[in-house]
Design a protein around this ligand. Structure first.
Ligand code: TRP
Length: 423
């Protein structure tokens, strides 16, 4: 039998998981959410959500991967030999695939903006022309499709190089570099005159804004940010070495992810306020507001910023791509190259549809994050809480209170967020 792939070291495994977690969610959603939902008050709630719900789900998902040493589908089959859980495995793989397709469109925009900033074309950009540039990038089929293909191609190249030599090595190098780049931008941003207002926006606690929807957003965001529910973490954990602990990996990933989200906040919001612009969220923030602001600070800063976004997006997309590749390699006995080419071929089709039709893009985003991810996360928590033998779970998770949270608290909370997101 072929030897199953493994990460070469604990550092590689943790950086790969952190890479999956750190992505567009940290850069374009978190900073805005914090400001809108009560600053430090929201940060405290976000951290509590991570500790009490998302992290226990992360532990559950990684425990399933680590103990079965299978891809997402194979793991489900092994846990329930009658095949009752097969649909869950299949759905998670499909969800990861769907996410990578629309994520690649945004990854393509980042690549496009990196090239534009390298060419110095943001010099002296004002808000009106920034809007025009983004509208033309998003609506030109040739530009969207070709950049999406470049991004998807880069993802496939890293994955085809192998679990340790591709994903592990890329993550070990890119995560520390990414951290340094974001710290540098935060430093520049915080030293601008008027930056204090941005700090205030992020930190001033306002408990009155912390209502039900704010708490649901905090939970939903921590789910998306930790890449839960679609098998990314399960698959990566299945490549961990025997002696390594899922607790350590989970805690480090959550710490890195949260720290990165906060640093991104300090890199972005002080600069936005210093320029006297209203903060926004999502694509508008990254592709309209920020190019205008960073273009005033020379040619190097925009390059660093868009390179950082590209790296953050790539380290996430490889984790989703690997979910389907692992399935083809483990279950269909394909060679890695063939598996990567097959996933790439299928992703090109859906990716092109997402790149040219905003309605397809939105539908993919909605279904995967509000439906598939929630079902997957619920299933993983229920499997570990109610199906796997208690002794085995406790051997990995050590603390009985984590087990209790997985059994009772996590499932209730997942159903609550799913309902509030769909309303
Ligand atoms: N966590 C990543 C981000 O913050 C995105 C991501 C990667 C993801 N894998 C995932 C989201 C799986 C949901 C499910 O951008």
């Amino acid at each position: 039998m072929r030897q199953r792939a493994k990460f070469g070291s604990r550092f590689a495994a943790i950086m790969a998981m952190a890479g999956s977690a750190v992505g567009l969610g940290n850069i374009w959603r978190f900073p805005y959410m914090v400001g809108e939902h009560g600053g430090a008050a929201f940060i405290i709630v976000y951290v509590l959500c991570c500790l009490t719900v998302s992290l226990p789900i992360f532990f559950s998902e990684s425990l399933i991967g680590k103990t079965t040493r299978k891809d997402t589908y194979g793991a489900m089959e092994q846990i329930a030999p009658g095949g009752k859980l097969k649909p869950v495995g299949f759905m998670a793989i499909l969800a990861a695939f769907v996410i990578v397709c629309f994520y690649s469109v945004v990854g393509g925009w980042s690549f496009n903006y990196l090239i534009r900033s390298l060419a110095g074309s943001f010099n002296g950009l004002d808000m009106a022309s920034a809007r025009e540039v983004f509208a033309s990038v998003g609506s030109s089929p040739v530009e969207s499709v070709s950049c999406m293909l470049v991004f998807l191609g880069m993802t496939a190249l890293i994955v085809v190089a192998g679990v340790d030599k591709g994903i592990g090595r890329f993550s070990k190098i890119s995560m520390p570099v990414l951290l340094v780049m974001m710290l540098l931008i935060a430093f520049v941003s915080l030293s601008l005159p008027g930056a204090g207002k941005g700090v205030e926006y992020l930190l001033k606690p306002d408990w009155s804004r912390l209502d039900g929807p704010a708490i649901a957003s905090a939970l939903g965001q921590s789910f998306f940010s930790l890449s839960l529910g679609v098998g990314c973490i399960l698959t990566y954990a299945s490549y961990m070495k025997e002696e390594e602990s899922v607790l350590t990996a989970g805690v480090w990933t959550a710490v890195f992810d949260t720290a990165f989200a906060l640093i991104a906040g300090f890199a972005i919001m002080p600069a936005v306020f210093a320029a006297g612009i209203e903060p926004a969220a999502g694509p508008t923030l990254v592709f309209e507001t920020l190019p205008v602001i960073f273009s005033k600070m020379g040619v190097v800063l925009p390059v660093i910023f868009f390179l950082a976004i590209l790296i953050a997006a790539l380290s996430s997309s490889i984790s989703m791509f690997e979910v389907a590749v692992a399935w083809l390699v483990d279950q269909k006995q394909m060679r890695r190259v063939t598996a990567v080419l097959s996933v790439f071929g299928a992703a090109v089709v859906l990716g092109c549809a997402c790149a040219v039709a905003p309605s397809v893009f939105r539908a993919c985003d909605f279904v995967s994050s509000n439906v598939f991810m929630m079902i997957g996360a619920l299933a993983f928590a229920l499997i570990v809480g109610w199906k796997l033998p208690r002794e085995e779970v406790l051997r990995h998770l050590r603390f009985p209170f984590i087990y209790a949270v997985i059994r009772y608290v996590a499932p209730v909370m997942i159903v609550a967020i799913a309902i509030s997101n769909l309303l």
